[in-house]
Structure formats: C-alpha cells, structure tokens
Design a protein around this ligand. Structure first.
Ligand SMILES: [Zn+2]
Length: 274
C-alpha cells in the first residue's frame, strides 16, 4: 500500500476543478504552468488588436493565435488533437488562458459594448471564468469575420471532426444547451474544457456537465464502492474523498498509477489506472 497525504489547498487545483459563479477560482494558475499554444495559423498584423483596444467585438478579429496560451498539458494534448484531425490552419484558437486582469477587461468591454444581459450570458465574471485556469479554449472555424466572444464553430466539417475526437483526448464541450440552469452560462458550442481521461468520456456517455459529473462522483466515496470504467482500452477506478480541514490522508494500492485533482469545492477526485 502507498500512503498519500494531501493539503487542503490542493482542493483548488487540478484538471477537474469546477470554476463558475458559485465556485470562483481560489488560486491563480502559476505562470510556469502556462505556455503558448503552437499552431500553424498566424494572424496578419491588421487582425491582431487585443480585445480591450477594439471598438467592437463584432466583426473584429480574435487575439492572434501566437498569443493564445494554455496550461502545459492542455496545450500539448490540444496540439496532438489538432495534428490527429489534420486541422492545419482551418481552426483558430481564439482565446485560451486569461489573467484576472484580462478577464476584467473583457467583461468591462462587453458590458460597455453589448450590455448586461448579453455579458451575463456569455462572459463569466472575473474570478469565475474557466479561462483563468488555462484549461479552457475557445475555437473558431477560420472564416471571416471572427467574433471574439461568440466564435463560429459549427457541428459539421472540420469542427465536427474535432468534436468527434475531443472526448478521447480529454476535452468536453463545457456549456451545452439544456444545462444553463446548472452552468449559469448560455450554450457555447465553441468553448472546450480539458478534464482529461477518462472523465471526458464518462461525462459524454452520461450527458453530464461538469457540475453534474462532480456530484455524481460523490456517490463513489473512498470509503465505499468505487466507480470502475473501461475507456480507450484501459480500465480505471475512480473515487471521491472529502478534504479534511488541514491534511487528508489515505492509502492506495502501491502498484497502481494514479492521478488526483481537487474539485475547487471541498474534495478530491482520485483516478487509478488499473
Ligand atoms: Zn470560452
């Protein structure tokens, strides 16, 4: 057996953290965990104004893809996914990691430009945006004009190919139609969130948004029956452990590789490769 000790603050990091209006980001993502996304699409000079410098988000270009950064592993997996589907320059990474200040600027600009209703539907309040984690990416089909806040990302063609492979690479379409009451965000078919494997596949199989998935996992506590799934020819065992006030200690089978993520609420999700 192998003893594992987790500190309370680890609840607030990992690929399964829930960040929404109810659960703001508690820890900013360390800069060393963020890197630029490598992508063949480079924008020309006249298309590269940052959003806060633009008069309008409509009919103006996105941030240049060279400026789109993500959490390191998320970036690597997304680059691999782009290569697998051969998307080349047909897909544009529009927005990835944002600092708190950038989110504040986007929110303020949207309020001024589009008003309260639009902004509350499509732009998360500063501190409550998944973009501040580095685990989220907005994608657009490479077709003028590109709307920075609501990029066009249809369900067919190369975008459909991306969607069909996304879950097996650990990405989910985060804000789906019918889940608005849970996510607090209008449907955003362009916004993908990295949660990793096997989570993305389980979420898709059950039709769960992240809020529902984390609640579901609580039904499989460390002390009780664990969730066993078979995904991508691998077997996984998952369970939830509520965090103690200071240190959370538990033991795992010593021979199994595992991953642990906080949920940004009150506990940890363990994933064991069986
Ligand atoms: Zn987004």
């Amino acid at each position: 057996m192998k003893a594992v000790t987790l500190h309370r603050e680890q609840v607030y990091s990992g690929n399964l953290i829930l960040v929404n209006a109810q659960y703001p980001l508690q820890q900013s993502t360390p800069p060393e965990q963020i890197r630029p996304l490598e992508h063949p699409q480079a924008y020309s000079e006249n298309k590269t104004a940052p959003p806060h410098a633009q008069e309008s988000f409509e009919h103006t270009a996105a941030l240049p893809s060279s400026c789109v950064s993500l959490e390191r592993k998320t970036a690597l997996v997304l680059e691999t996914l782009f290569t697998t589907i051969g998307s080349g320059s047909s897909l544009i990474p529009v927005s990835g990691f944002r600092t708190r200040r950038e989110q504040e600027e986007i929110y303020a600009s949207s309020l001024a430009e589009h008003g309260k209703d639009f902004t509350e539907s499509y732009v998360a309040s500063p501190g409550c945006s998944e973009h501040e984690t580095g685990l989220a990416i907005d994608l657009a089909l490479n077709r003028d004009p590109i709307d920075f806040l609501r990029p066009y990302f249809p369900r067919d063609g190369i975008c459909g190919r991306f969607r069909s492979k996304a879950a097996s690479y650990g990405f989910v379409e985060r804000y789906q139609e019918g889940k608005e009451a849970l996510t607090g965000i209008a449907p955003e078919p362009w916004h993908f969130r990295y949660v990793g494997l096997p989570h993305a596949t389980i979420m898709n199989t059950h039709g769960f948004c992240l809020e529902e998935y984390l609640d579901y996992l609580k039904d499989f506590p460390y002390e009780g029956r664990h969730l066993e799934v078979h995904v991508e020819n691998k077997s996984f065992e998952l369970f939830y452990k509520k965090a103690e006030d200071d240190l959370t200690e538990l033991t795992l089978p010593g021979y199994l590789p595992f991953q642990v993520s906080g949920d940004n609420r009150e506990g940890f999700v363990f994933t064991l490769w069986r």
